[in-house]
Design a protein around this ligand. Structure first.
Ligand SMILES: Cc1cc2nc3c(=O)[nH]c(=O)nc-3n(C[C@H](O)[C@H](O)[C@H](O)COP(=O)(O)O)c2cc1C
Length: 193
């Protein structure tokens, strides 16, 4: 295990991305705190990892977006079955800049951008038919034109306070390393399985 957990994460993620039998190599579970104080988890696509933290993109008005704007406390969990690796991150989420959001927006497919325009993520669905016909109309309007970044779409970066790495062992003697950020440095502790 490395001394820097970000480098450790990048090394594991790199290994996950090299796995041919893993379909979702960047899916991570992000748990927010809802208005009633319940934890609320869902998978998102991890876009980037650096010393600044863990970045994902979403509709800002979605449940997770609203939760994080109200309460930045967040957890992120990854499990790469083919490798037997679990990572747990605890931290604080901050909205990424509009310039960064634009960069991620431009990396999305035209179809994904159109769907984002048409949907108000996490709001009740009245009619799927209404959504698909709206998609068709917008698709005709935009054709191959550039779709501008919607105000309601962006991302969050999770600044980690602690990161735990677990290596799964068949005999259940899992290896667990906990990194905690204290006084500007990472301090590492091994945990019992
Ligand atoms: C593998 C996978 C990846 C996903 N990636 C994203 C993503 O990057 N951003 C996103 O907003 N939703 C993503 N979703 C959908 C979310 O899990 C979730 O249904 C949606 O964001 C609404 O969540 P909320 O109502 O809690 O805000 C993904 C789902 C799966 C299964």
């Amino acid at each position: 295990m490395m001394n820097n957990p970000i480098e450790q994460f990048l090394s594991w993620w790199q290994q996950a991305k090299a796995q041919p039998n893993l379909k979702q190599r960047s899916a991570v579970c992000v748990s927010t705190i809802d208005e009633q104080g319940f934890p609320c988890g869902r998978f998102v696509d991890l876009k980037a990892v650096s010393d600044a933290g863990f970045t994902f993109c979403t509709h800002l008005g979605s449940q997770k977006g609203q939760d994080l704007r109200r309460n930045p406390k967040v957890a992120m969990t990854a499990w790469w079955d083919a490798l037997g690796y679990q990572v747990r991150v605890k931290g604080l989420a901050y909205e990424i800049s509009r310039a960064d959001a634009l960069r991620y927006w431009q990396s999305r497919s035209h179809d994904a951008q159109l769907t984002t325009l048409v949907c108000q993520q996490s709001q009740p669905l009245v009619s799927m038919q209404a959504v698909t016909s709206k998609l068709e109309t917008l698709g005709n309007d935009f054709q191959a034109q550039t779709i501008p970044l919607p105000e309601d779409w962006g991302g969050f970066v999770i600044q980690p306070l602690s990161i735990e790495f677990l290596t799964f062992k068949e005999n259940r003697l899992h290896e667990r390393e906990l990194y905690q950020h204290e006084n500007g440095a990472w301090c590492k502790t091994q945990l019992q399985p």
